[in-house]
Design a protein around this ligand. Structure first.
Ligand code: HAM
Length: 455
């Protein structure tokens, strides 16, 4: 029986893999204008980092982590021994905890330093029930800004994200930005208590899991998909009535910056996000076109206590992540198709096999000079080589034939105009060797310059 990819994973085939690279590069280009620099952290971390950082009561930690133990520890577990906490490892379900751990570990924001602005892209892993737009391995692009609590950081981050969506082709008229403030450690405890009390009053109508989790974090009930819970939570106390003066001022400033930049948003006092580290600003971007029930294409917020939580010095933070796959669905629903990943400047065809060695040298010289080139590797007829050239999207076909070679020439056909001309082989080779000194990222010569254009 054939073995397929694991449930909840997807292969990105060449056209989409190229689009994903373009998606990531476009995001990084835009984010770099705002001062963000790339960071790469491990795909797995100590499980404790996620438990402490993201929160034990969250679905992500309590149900969705892929947890592993390395070889020698696996043997210990089988034999009934316990293993050290640091030997318990989990695949990262998100990027924030790892980046904040790296900031703390390498002291990237020493006292009084400018904020560290970091961006990342790569796979995340959550053992969720797969459905459209929800996978077990998915790609995120994200940013984290550590070291500043000013509302301007939150606002510029949200603006930057909206600019990126527009640039990459997410249909902005079908997109909704929701914002809220979750308060801080001064005002949230009272709010949490109010929600807990409210839930206790309505315990009969709520699911067991919400009631159980209410002990650790009652705010998780806002995320429950159970219709009975959702109805009860509609009438729950609103955080906006509990914010302290500082949080209210911070929230008002974020909104004023957004309005000033012409960014349209909707306030949603029930938006709590699925991760426990947030303080103050939270936001989410949803798209209604082409999505299933998973319509959040990105989200984030402020987490001023997370760095301390994972053992670093007190360092305020703000960040977001966006899901590549959901964005791709939204972009495709708006009519976009991935362009072909195939790129070929020139296909070198041979009239017969005696020309193959010459064709092989010419193709290599083209590639060394920065021209993408291809030839047939299956001893096809000339007609079928032309078909192949068409299939790989070659702009030009250079035909090596005995008559042309005897005259020191190569016949060049423009595949768009179908016009043909003869180019001097010595001149072609001389031009290619002139540019061919630096095969790895050196000079790139235009294919037309080498093979000439038909006038
Ligand atoms: P999140 O809301 O859990 O936030 O995920 C961000 C985005 O990742 C979602 O809006 C969605 O587009 C995508 N996503 C999440 N789970 C899946 C899935 N199972 N399949 C496909 N796409 C998915 C975070 O991850 C936070 N770390 C964001 C953040 C950064 N907050 C502060 N800094």
């Amino acid at each position: 029986m054939a073995i397929n990819s694991p449930e909840g994973t997807r292969d990105l085939l060449p056209d989409e893999a190229k689009f994903w690279a373009h998606f990531r590069d476009t995001a990084f280009d835009i984010f770099a204008r705002y001062g963000y620099q790339p960071i790469e952290t491990p795909l797995f971390e100590q499980t404790d980092l996620f438990v402490r950082g993201i929160g034990q009561a969250t679905d992500v930690v309590s149900k969705e982590m892929f947890t592993a133990i390395s070889g020698e520890n696996f043997k210990r577990v089988i034999e009934g021994d316990t293993i050290k906490a640091k030997s318990r490892l989990s695949l990262r379900p998100e990027g924030t905890a790892g980046v904040v751990r790296a900031v703390a570990q390498h002291d990237l924001v020493p006292q009084g330093a400018a904020p560290a602005k970091l961006m990342y892209a790569g796979p995340m892993f959550r053992a969720e029930r797969p459905q459209k737009g929800r996978q077990r391995m998915f790609n995120q692009v994200g940013i984290e800004c550590l070291g500043a609590e000013d509302p301007s950081v939150d606002a510029e981050g949200i603006i930057m994200l909206m600019r990126f969506y527009a640039a990459i082709g997410v249909p902005m008229d079908a997109t909704r930005l929701l914002v809220n403030s979750m308060g801080c450690e001064k005002c949230r405890p009272a709010y949490r208590e109010a929600v807990r009390a409210y839930m206790n009053e309505h315990a009969d109508a709520m699911c067991d899991e919400c009631m159980r989790r209410a002990e650790i974090n009652p705010l998780r009930a806002f995320d429950c998909k159970n219709p009975g819970c959702a109805e009860v939570m509609d009438g729950a106390p609103k955080i906006s009535d509990y914010l302290c003066d500082d949080c209210r001022e911070h929230y008002e400033a974020v909104k004023a910056y957004l309005k000033g930049a012409g960014v349209v948003f909707v306030e949603d006092p029930k938006l709590v996000r699925g991760l426990d580290y947030y303080t103050r600003t939270v936001f989410e971007v949803q798209v209604d076109q082409g999505m299933g029930s998973q319509n959040a294409i990105g989200g984030g917020g402020r987490y001023d206590k997370l760095c301390e939580e994972v053992g670093g010095r007190p360092t305020p933070g703000f960040g977001f992540a966006l899901g590549y796959e959901r964005c791709a669905l939204a972009i495709q629903a708006a009519g976009y198709t991935f362009p072909s990943a195939q790129h070929c400047d020139v296909f070198v065809a041979c009239v017969d096999d005696s020309m193959r060695a010459e064709a092989f040298r010419l193709v290599q010289a083209c590639r060394d000079a920065g021209v993408s080139a291809e030839m047939d590797h299956q001893h096809r007829s000339l007609k079928s080589q032309f078909k192949l050239a068409d299939k790989v999207g070659a702009r030009l076909v250079a035909v090596l034939g005995p008559d042309e070679l005897a005259a020191g020439q190569v016949k060049v056909r423009n595949m768009q105009t179908h016009k043909e001309r003869l180019a001097e082989l010595d001149k072609v080779k001389e031009l290619l060797s002139r540019f061919g000194g630096e095969p790895f990222g050196g000079a790139h010569v235009a294919v037309d310059e080498v093979f000439g254009t038909e006038e």
